[in-house]
Structures are given as structure tokens and as C-alpha cells.
Design a protein. Structure first.
Length: 273
């Protein structure tokens, strides 16, 4: 179907219509060989509550945005390269059915379809496009994905200290590494994760210590690799870096770092039971 529609007038008109719906706020979508394969409204699990979003599936990208006027105006355009996408089906919850997760290296989120058949069709078409792209480029499937954010309403207390209760005055925050809902005291640290952002991002205390440990291991591995070269240079003395200060009185963490919150084995309702 892609080969049949590529470079046809009807495909060009369809893509132009999508561009017009996003207006000046959207990026141009027309490229040689790009084909619009389908579109539809899916419910996206957002931080505050689930919201409808318009999705457009092309043969190389997935585009979605907020609905201002259905089939006439959209905004907040997001473009996801399909080569970076991994899909995972999820069990139903009381609030959402026919769910699956769209995982990428920069952002991962959960969507749901109106019916089981619609979910199967979306996943089937997405997986086919991804397979075709990976075969064409010779790339391997992406293995590192951003953690999806746990919705605010999933918990009333901090998921790290399990002591702080959220309220109008006590804000919820999200760790960019694990996606947990945490309080300010449990997420005062920032860490640079270039894969997600060029700026240091908020992380919880546990993830901060883990990231520091990983960084220290990488630095040690680099040092070991350069030692043979440095030892061959007469008079070279490598400088030693100070160890990072760590607080001895930090609260014990209550949540395992490897807990999977979107798998069928762990349900949200069991967190605080």
C-alpha cells in the first residue's frame, strides 16, 4: 500500500490537509516517499487525567496532537520517529480498557482504543511499519526507553518516602528516571541525562544515587582504558577526583528500583495495600 500511494496526488492532498489542521504551530510533514496510512482518536493517559488525542500514522513517523476542533484544528504537535518506537500491550484497568504503551528513548506513554479490534489494528499497522523501517535501515530495535510517568491520581502519598501526603499545598513531582510520583524532599536532585534533555532533570533520591554510581563506574572504566597509555608517558601522573558526598542520614527507600508499574504482575491498587 505504501508503494502504491507514494508520490500520488491523493497522498499529497491528505498530508497537506493534516498540515493545515495543525496550522502555523505544526511542522511540515510532506517529504518524498512519506505516506499517510491512517488516523484516529486515541485516549492518552496524561499526568492529570486521560485525554483524547488525534493520532496520524505515516510510514516513517507517528504524529499526535491535542484536539481543538475535531477534523478541523489541532495543536501541540508531537512527531515520533517509528524507528525509535517499541510497543507493549497492557491489561485493562477499571478506568481504561484496550490499553498499550508507546515506548521511545525520549518519552513513553500509555494510550487506549475504543475497542479491542481497534487496538489490534493500530498495533498491527505500527509493528509492520517499524519492521519495514528497521529492515530498510539495518538498525536494531531500540532497547533503552524513557520511563512512563505514573499518573498523579495513582497515589496520594510520595512513592519514595511513603510518608508525605499530597495536598493543595504539597505538590506532586515526577522523577524523570523512574517516573514515580514523589514529594519535593525526595526529588531535590537534578541529573544530566542527554538522551532525554540537554538540561539536568529532576530525579528522586534513589535514582540520583544509582545514576551517580553508574557515572562513577563509567569513569573508572575509562580510567582503566587510559592507564596503559598514560603509563607509557614518562612523568605522567593522573589526577584523582574526589568522591561524591553522600548523606548518611537519608531516609530508607521503600520502593524497589526495578518495580514495573505497567506490567500485569503489579497493579496500582496494590501499592498501598
Amino acid at each position: 500500500m505504501v508503494d502504491h500511494l507514494a508520490n500520488t496526488e491523493i497522498n499529497s492532498q491528505r498530508i497537506a490537509a493534516v498540515e493545515n489542521c495543525f496550522g502555523a504551530s505544526g511542522q511540515p510533514l510532506a517529504l518524498p516517499g512519506r505516506v499517510l496510512l491512517g488516523e484516529g482518536i486515541l485516549t492518552k493517559e496524561c499526568r492529570k487525567k486521560p485525554k483524547p488525542r488525534i493520532f496520524f500514522l505515516f510510514n516513517d513517523i507517528l504524529v499526535y496532537g491535542s484536539i481543538v476542533i475535531n477534523k478541523r484544528k489541532y495543536n501541540s504537535q508531537h512527531i515520533i520517529p517509528l524507528e525509535d518506537v517499541t510497543l507493549e500491550t497492557l491489561p485493562d484497568t477499571l478506568q481504561m480498557k484496550n490499553r498499550w504503551m508507546i515506548k521511545t528513548s525520549k518519552k513513553s506513554f500509555v494510550v487506549s482504543a475504543a475497542s479491542l479490534t481497534e487496538r489490534k489494528e493500530w498495533i498491527s499497522h505500527l509493528e509492520e511499519c517499524i519492521r519495514h523501517l528497521l529492515t530498510k535501515t539495518g538498525r536494531q530495535p531500540c532497547t533503552e526507553h524513557a520511563a512512563p510517568w505514573i499518573p498523579d491520581k495513582a497515589t496520594d502519598i510520595c512513592m519514595r518516602c511513603t510518608q508525605t501526603k499530597f495536598s493543595t499545598l504539597t505538590r506532586r513531582h515526577h522523577c524523570r528516571k523512574c517516573g514515580f510520583v514523589v514529594c519535593a524532599d525526595c526529588s531535590r536532585q537534578r541529573f544530566l541525562m542527554p538522551r532525554l534533555s540537554p538540561k539536568p532533570l529532576r530525579v528522586c533520591n534513589l535514582c540520583y544515587r544509582q545514576l551517580l554510581a553508574e557515572k562513577k563506574k563509567e569513569a573508572e572504566a575509562d580510567r582503566r582504558q587510559t592507564e596503559p597509555i598514560c603509563s607509557a608517558i614518562q612523568g605522567y601522573e593522573p589526577s584523582s577526583g574526589d568522591d561524591s558526598d553522600k548523606s548518611d542520614d537519608e531516609k530508607a527507600e521503600q520502593w524497589p528500583a526495578d518495580t514495573e508499574f505497567y506490567t500485569s504482575a503489579v497493579s496500582w491498587s496494590s501499592f498501598h495495600s
